[in-house]
Design a protein around this ligand. Structure first.
Ligand SMILES: C[S@@+](CC[C@H](N)C(=O)[O-])C[C@H]1O[C@@H](n2cnc3c(N)ncnc32)[C@H](O)[C@@H]1O
Length: 273
């Protein structure tokens, strides 16, 4: 059974550690979905928007650039420090997605870019988004596609399965790819009371300078996969790294490594009347 508190603490410690590497590891990738995500949330001039699990504040800053009135929120002190350093004009707050420090009906839009898959209690975060939205407000989140489509994850998981141990002693969390299944995202939003649910795939591309790029990004800038890699023996880790490097060769284009990383983008409206 999942120990939600233990998993929450594990993720929290992991993000405090990963914060300084996250932008270099994932920034060029996760920011590609900023416009589709903000469009799905209806973010325009004057929209009161909350960016939950803001990390270094990429989406919050993109929304502010559209003229939205933005709050960015993250439970990691180090991430919030990073966000404040990068985006001086945006308000950032250290708080938990599962217990938002805002009154009901405070926002026109709530977004979460690659946050849901890290939560111990995703339903609690979705219920909180619903609560702080006004009637007619929009909610939008993204998660990675399943590993047979999001190649960066696929090749790392396969290498661990072939050359290491996937079942290492870590606090168990909800399945990482649960919301990659469009129907599961749709059902969960509807169960939370949302209507006009739309779920679609956005085809992102991970353009990396070396065959080691995937390993470097996930081992430094991630949490769950980084912990799985840290738990391997030195010999297994060397084999895993070599296998990832070899798989990346299939995606070589000149001197770059170009990996498909599709995203599931789900959005919905809060309707009370
Ligand atoms: C993969 S990063 C996404 C960062 C950013 N949204 C982006 O677009 O790249 C996940 C973020 O979720 C945050 N996070 C995880 N669990 C959280 C929680 N319970 N409450 C608030 N933030 C959380 C982490 O600290 C981290 O910054």
């Amino acid at each position: 059974m999942i120990d939600a508190a233990a998993f929450h603490d594990f993720e929290h410690a992991g993000w405090e550690r990963a914060a300084e590497h996250y932008s270099d590891a994932f920034g060029a990738l996760t920011t590609q979905v900023a416009d589709p995500l903000l469009d799905a949330a209806g973010a325009t001039e004057g929209t009161r928007l909350l960016d939950v699990a803001t990390g270094p504040g990429f989406i919050a800053a993109a929304a502010a650039a559209r003229g939205a009135r933005v709050d960015g929120l993250d439970f990691s002190h180090a991430m919030i420090a990073e966000a404040r350093r990068r985006h001086a004009g945006v308000t950032f707050r250290e708080a938990d997605a599962e217990a938002l420090p805002f009154d009901a009906a405070s926002f026109d839009a709530v977004v979460m870019n690659f946050g849901l898959l890290h939560l111990a209690r995703p339903e609690a975060a979705i219920a909180e988004a619903f609560r702080v939205l006004r009637d007619g407000g929009r909610y939008a989140f993204t998660v990675w596609g399943a590993p047979d489509t999001a190649v960066g994850f696929g090749i790392v998981l396969k290498a661990v399965e072939d050359f290491g141990r996937a079942n290492v002693p870590l606090p168990e969390g909800p399945p990482f790819f649960r919301f990659s299944e469009s129907d599961e995202s749709r059902r969960t939003l509807e169960r939370a009371g949302f209507s006009e649910v739309d779920v679609r795939i956005v085809p992102l591309i991970w353009d990396l300078p070396s065959a080691d790029g995937v390993y470097d990004a996930l081992s430094r800038g991630g949490v769950r996969t980084a912990a799985v890699l840290r738990a391997q023996t030195p010999e297994a880790l060397a084999n895993i790294r070599a296998a990832i490097r070899q798989s990346a060769q299939r995606y070589r284009q000149g001197d770059r490594f170009v990996l498909p990383m599709p995203v599931v983008l789900a959005s919905a409206t809060k309707r009370q009347s």
